[in-house]
Design a protein around this ligand. Structure first.
Ligand code: KIV
Length: 285
């Protein structure tokens, strides 16, 4: 990467497109948006994508989906704290308006509230992010309380929880009415534990609506319903960079086609010795 394209805080602030008048979103600002204009959230894993999304997003999530999207893993279970810290640092460098939340990876928070605090405080210290996210409902309430009472804002994540894929038998959306009450109980438990917001993933729309009406913290939906207080998608899914398109994803771009086309044209021009052209070469002094 050239020095020119390196994202720095200074460059982001100097950029007239960076929405200089917008103030940085804080956790209390985010909470105050409950029931208001829907919050716009996207995942980001790199500084440049973060810089692009920061122009319009209220929240950027460094999701552990980066294991699958960036590192080619089959699921999120292999993601480490080091992966999250490295990508978290990049995203914090690229964003100066949105609230930046970093996911706690599988194995880094479940053992005890103390272990969760040790790892979450490392994430906050080493990345400069504003909050962490962790998967789990009622069973994670004591951990959410422990972290939030000690200065680490927590976004909870209920419904379809990708880190529980082995116990659930895959990525299973909650569509059966018999399971609705348990998910509502999870939502209430994380709210009461002090979570500032909750991601509601892969649940039938009426359940997402019921959760949104039952709790006082913002619900951020993915595969949920338009009545949630905000929406989140994986950036690469949304811009059309991933080959598989789950039902809940709308592709707003065709990045894969654009990239394939650029690579093919580059290859043709290299093979034909048409690239580099004279304007791309240094002239002797
Ligand atoms: O890891 C992730 O990207 C997520 C979002 C899809 C909510 O948890």
């Amino acid at each position: 990467m050239s020095t020119q394209s390196t994202i720095s805080k200074k460059a982001a602030i100097a950029d007239p497109d960076s929405g200089a008048k917008r103030k940085r979103m804080t956790v209390p600002d985010f909470m105050a948006r409950k029931g208001g204009e829907p919050m716009v959230c996207l995942t980001s894993y790199t500084a440049h994508v973060a810089h692009i999304c920061d122009q319009v997003c209220d929240l950027l999530l460094v999701g552990d989906s980066l294991g699958m999207v960036i590192h080619g893993m089959p699921n999120t279970l292999g993601v480490t704290l080091e992966h999250m810290i490295m990508h978290g640092q990049a995203v914090v460098r690229g964003a100066d308006k949105a609230l930046v939340v970093v996911d706690m990876p599988f194995g880094s928070f479940e053992e005890s509230p103390e272990v969760a605090f040790r790892n979450a405080s490392r994430v906050v210290k080493e990345t400069g992010c504003h909050a962490v996210k962790l998967e789990g409902g009622t069973e994670m309430a004591p951990t959410i309380q422990y972290l939030s009472r000690r200065g680490i804002p927590v976004m909870a994540h209920i419904g379809l929880m990708p880190q529980s894929m082995n116990t659930a038998g895959g990525f299973k959306a909650v569509r059966d009415e018999a399971h609705y009450d348990a998910v509502v109980a999870d939502a209430r438990a994380v709210e009461q534990a002090g979570a500032f917001s909750v991601v509601v993933e892969g649940v039938a729309a009426p359940l997402a609506d019921r959760i949104t009406q039952s709790i006082s913290i913002p619900t951020i939906g993915i595969g949920a319903s338009a009545q949630c207080d905000g929406q989140i998608l994986v950036f690469e899914d949304m811009v059309g960079l991933m080959p598989r398109v789950p039902t809940f994803v709308k592709r707003y771009g065709t990045m894969e086609e654009m990239m394939k086309d650029s690579v093919a044209r580059y290859a043709d021009e290299v093979r034909a010795r048409n690239f580099p052209a004279s304007e791309h070469t240094y002239k002797p002094k």
